[in-house]
Design a binder for this molecule. Structure first.
Ligand code: TXA
Ligand code: MG
Length: 343
């Protein structure tokens, strides 16, 4: 493996590009691939040397485990000890799609992939290029989001190139991610199912498929107390964060505009589509009001734009707070490092 690459960006729907990706992955190299949620930085999940490179390239803390991606159900086998009925129900309802399921792991999964936990996170993505690459590689792929650690997850090939140019041999371009925030993570390794990370699938949808209620881990909406051990190691990091300080203003549009007008003129508004015409401040829209799907699709690109423009401070409009918007609300909370003001 080289330390410096001439990174190529090739179309994800090109058969030769996909087979090149498969070959590189089998050889232990890393490839950035599109998924419907965000782009992933993939390596052979069963090759500890390749997986260790993911941590090195991203600058990711070693104790933050990775999600393993499969293209068919039969690929569970080297990963988990047993497949409970509950997992089959979730798989039937939501796979392929933006759901990650955590189960007790097979001892054969390398420690580096699961950060030495006794569980493993598995997901079958929907994006055709992701599935084609997994098939071409012929092995399950460990893939965290393809950003440098601490930056917002990439939702375009250009975001990946921005973060990873020179560090990996290949990025497959599958267009803009249709979901835009990372998968919903649910653990079935405990006594009851527990939502560790919200995404676009709601707890109501998961509960219905499982036939039992799904609780939400406290860390989804609250910062961890000092020294508290999270269920999901990823929750302790200031994820999804732009360099700018983001403050989430929870209240009406009218009071938001008033607050923004009181702030220094270079304070950026992270607003809903159309609202930028109502203020003299620079604004970046991140989706339509009361439309969680469009907000999820636009959020990470908006956070990256904030940094590209060199913004120091941003006031953000607050997504609604309900089961359907929990994913985008959680990402915004983290981007704001939990700095929320009621206005
Ligand atoms: O949509 C997604 O899930 C994307 C795409 C590429 O599939 N991937 C992604 O990976 O978001 P990453 O590494 O950025 O986030 C994985 C999250 C982290 O919060 C991690 O702590 C958690 O899943 N996780 C992974 N394995 C776990 C385990 N065994 N137990 C608890 N949490 C786990
Ligand atoms: Mg990530």
């Amino acid at each position: 493996m080289k330390s410096r690459y001439d990174t190529r960006v090739l179309p994800g729907n090109d058969v030769e590009a996909v087979s090149l990706a498969g070959r590189l992955l089998r050889e232990g190299e890393l490839v950035a691939i599109p998924t419907e949620t965000v782009y992933g930085l993939a390596a052979n999940a069963l090759n500890p040397v390749a997986v260790a490179r993911i941590f090195q390239v991203k600058g990711r803390p070693q104790d933050n485990p990775l999600i393993v991606h499969i293209s068919e159900l039969s690929m569970w086998r080297p990963l988990v000890r047993t497949l409970p009925e509950t997992a089959l129900r979730l798989a039937a309802a939501f796979w392929p799609g933006p759901l990650t399921i955590i189960l007790p792991r097979d001892p054969g999964v390398p420690d580096v992939t699961t950060a030495k936990l006794d569980t493993v996170a598995v997901r079958m993505p929907y994006h055709p290029a992701a599935r084609a690459v997994i098939r071409a590689a012929g092995v399950p792929l460990a893939a965290p989001s393809a950003n440098l650690s601490g930056l917002p997850s990439p939702t375009t090939a250009a975001h990946c190139l921005n973060d990873l140019a020179g560090r990996i041999p290949l990025i497959l371009d599958g267009g803009e991610c249709s979901v835009g925030i990372e998968s919903t993570v649910v653990t079935l390794a405990g006594e009851h199912p527990l939502l560790l990370r919200p995404g676009v699938l709601t707890t109501a949808m998961l509960s219905e498929a499982l036939g039992e209620p799904v609780a939400v881990a406290a860390a989804v909406e609250q910062p961890l107390a000092a020294g508290e051990k999270p269920f999901s190691p990823g929750m302790k990091y200031r994820h999804y964060a732009p360099k700018a300080r983001v403050i989430l203003l929870e209240g009406s549009l009218a009071s938001f505009l008033q607050e923004l007008d009181k702030a220094s003129i270079d304070t950026v508004g992270l607003v809903f589509a159309g609202e930028e015409t109502q203020t003299a401040h620079p604004c970046i829209p991140y989706g339509a009001a009361h439309d969680a799907e469009s907000q999820a699709r636009g959020l990470f690109a908006a956070l990256r734009l904030l940094d590209e423009r060199g913004a120091k401070l941003a006031y953000a409009r607050c997504p609604d707070r309900n089961d359907e918007t929990l994913g985008v609300y959680n990402r915004m909370l983290r981007a704001a490092a939990f700095e929320v003001r009621q206005i």
